[in-house]
Design a protein around this ligand. Structure first.
Ligand code: HEC
Length: 112
């Protein structure tokens, strides 16, 4: 009897944690802008132009440029995940869906 009760409590905790985790991953998808300003603006500047001092020093490319925008989503995902030249790899720091959100956000920069 007591055991069953403990099982129920454990199941209850599990279910509430699972439902708590869900909105977090959904939110991450629309949070490309927040992720970008937290992780990327140091080198790419807020508008993606790479005009920040660090961006200039490392020669970060203008993310709004045709050269970058004509790359496929897969290419951009790979660059953000694995890095490229002086661009650090984010594969271990960010979840795949966060990198996805960043690719979507990089696309929106082109229109600004
Ligand atoms: C330490 C500085 C630095 C940070 C932080 C950084 N980048 Fe970069 N990034 C670079 C540099 C430098 C390049 C150019 C790499 C090259 O072409 O050799 C680059 C290139 C890129 C490219 C590909 C453009 C091309 O060269 O074709 C993308 C896309 C990109 N960065 C996105 C991001 C995103 C998204 C973030 C945040 C998660 C980020 N970067 C964080 C320095 C940085």
């Amino acid at each position: 009897m007591r055991r069953n009760f403990l099982c129920l409590v454990a199941a209850g905790i599990f279910i509430s944690l699972a439902t708590l985790a869900l909105p977090v991953s959904v939110r991450a998808q629309s949070d490309g802008e927040k992720l970008f300003s937290a992780r990327c603006t140091l080198c790419h500047a807020a508008d993606g132009s790479g005009s920040s001092p660090t961006g200039k020093a490392l020669k970060a490319k203008d993310l709004k440029s045709d050269e970058v925008q004509k790359a496929s989503d897969e290419d951009l995902t790979t660059i953000i995940t694995n890095g490229k030249g002086k661009m650090p790899a984010f594969g271990k720091k960010l979840k795949p869906e966060e990198i996805q959100a960043l690719v979507v956000y990089v696309r929106t920069l082109a229109k600004k």
